[in-house]
Unconditional design. Structure first.
Length: 353
């Protein structure tokens, strides 16, 4: 079965110079994929010609006359740039001409345009950004929300847990993935009132067999791999993600500096290069590129804005796998089954909306 993916080729810091090589590399390894390249057609054709791929049988170009830049306000992307490569690529998903969309564009704009064009799924109040982080078990820890919703109520976090569970079950083949609620301690009495109320909702789901709720987890559990999924609000999630990315770069730079310090340390690097290569591959953030925007009526994947071609290709792979494993259909079915329409537990100081 052929799976079609639309690519916002103009999005991100580098545009076609990254997105097109990534697309070509992905097609060389995945014979069941077709890609629709969306953007300024002259630029796309010129880049394809550089790679001698201007007549690739599984590539097509769709012209879009505008580009959403990385610093464009949401209002500009949503109201004024109606023929942007980002919007046109998303509209292909809405129209059923593509099964998923990938963009490295402005996160706020991508979420706003995706939500406007595709709408949210029935029962979902807010879409969430879900991505993966490496853990000590050499597997992925899925984490959401990573920045779409900085202020959340308990039912929002509850919905994130349901959506994350469905995604992990489909993508990883885990029947009942474990869910952890990010907190400042593992005890039920710890945390703010929103987290406590969310914990109550998730424990109720666990008791009736709807979700596999492990309980509260702390920041270090993300990288231990204590649970398959970690749920938090977008403020906490985004800060955690950026801190992890910064630490990863710091460790890599520090190791490189120390191994180049003198001839003896350089010799040590040569002796240990096999282990160092495995270490680098394991913690390479490029392998974890490609965050899904969950809760929309269509699959949209967000690549890091500064991604190189190798990293962007991983985002395309994630979008392809999500379409291949029918994540959207499973989300629809499970959300209809699990999503409660009951009010949140009473939380002091919170006005429900």
């Amino acid at each position: 079965m052929t799976i079609k993916i639309s690519i916002d080729c103009m999005g991100g810091d580098h545009g076609p110079s990254v997105t097109i090589p990534a697309a070509l590399s992905f097609l060389s390894s995945e014979p069941e994929a077709e890609l629709i390249l969306v953007g300024l057609q002259d630029e796309l054709r010129a880049e394809l010609k550089k790679h001698k791929a201007d007549s690739h049988p599984r590539l097509s170009i769709l012209h879009a006359s505008e580009v959403v830049t990385m610093d464009d306000p949401i209002e500009i992307a949503l109201r004024r740039k109606k023929d942007s490569s980002m919007r046109v690529a998303i509209e292909l998903v809405k129209d059923g001409k593509a099964q998923a969309c990938v963009s490295a564009g402005n996160t706020g704009a991508l979420m706003a345009v995706s939500r406007y064009v595709l709408k949210t799924m029935a029962g979902v109040d807010r879409p969430a950004i879900c991505s993966i982080l490496p853990n000590q078990k050499d597997g992925p820890t899925y984490m959401l929300d990573l920045g779409a919703n900085v202020d959340c109520e308990p039912h929002h976090l509850h919905q994130f847990a349901i959506m994350g569970s469905v995604l992990v079950s489909a993508m990883e083949g885990i029947k009942r993935p474990t869910i952890g609620l990010l907190n400042v301690g593992t005890e039920e009495i710890k945390g703010n009132e929103v987290v406590k109320a969310t914990g109550k909702l998730l424990r109720e789901d666990h008791e009736r067999g709807a979700l596999n709720f492990y309980g509260n987890v702390e920041g270090n559990d993300i990288f231990k791999g204590t649970t398959d999924i970690v749920v938090c609000d977008g403020f906490v999630g985004n800060v955690t993600l950026k801190a992890a990315e910064g630490l990863g770069r710091f460790v890599k730079d520090a190791l490189t500096t120390e191994f180049k310090r003198n001839p003896l340390t350089m010799l040590g690097a040569i002796i240990g290069r096999g282990a160092l290569k495995k270490f680098s591959n394991r913690f390479n953030p490029s392998r974890y590129n490609g965050a899904s925007l969950l809760g929309l009526r269509g699959l949209v994947f967000k690549s890091h804005g500064g991604a190189d071609a190798y990293s962007y290709e991983w985002a395309i792979k994630r979008a392809f796998d999500a379409a291949k494993y029918n994540v959207q259909e499973q989300l629809s079915a499970m959300i209809a089954e699990l999503m409660p329409r009951t009010p949140d537990p009473e939380v002091p100081g919170i006005t429900h909306s």
